[in-house]
Design a protein. Structure first.
Length: 129
């Protein structure tokens, strides 16, 4: 199972890089349109795959893992976040969905700020880049 996820993840990561780079370079915009497109298309793909694969037994568990956790996870983890949020909403668990969104977005921004500050501190202490 791990190899299926790894294979899907490798393909998804390369696809993310190529799509993001191509779209960003062709757009000529400073806005991160490449990343936005990757996030939106990743969510669309995971939504479709989850909706289809969970309703059929025609696709093996290994291929499901390759396509969802592997491919979509390698392409964008934003798709997993979105799917899990929608699942909470569909289960009428509005409070947990809202908490998950707020903690994920604000927590991710905060963690990024802390990570950048840690890197700056390390560089200021004289460690080579």
């Amino acid at each position: 199972m791990v190899w299926y996820v790894a294979l899907g993840g490798a393909v998804g990561s390369v696809a993310r890089y190529l799509v993001g780079l191509t779209v960003q370079s062709r757009s000529g915009m400073e806005f991160p349109v490449g990343t936005l497109l990757v996030n939106l298309t990743g969510c669309l793909l995971l939504g479709f795959l989850a909706g289809y694969l969970l309703q059929t037994s025609a696709v093996s568990l290994e291929i499901r893992a390759l396509l969802t956790t592997g491919l979509c996870g390698g392409y964008t983890t934003f798709s997993t976040f979105s799917y899990e949020t929608v699942t909470l909403i569909q289960g009428s668990d509005w409070r947990r969905a809202a908490l998950y969104v707020v903690l994920s977005v604000l927590g991710s921004l905060g963690a990024t700020i802390i990570g950048l500050a840690g890197a700056r501190l390390l560089l200021d202490l004289g460690h080579p880049a």
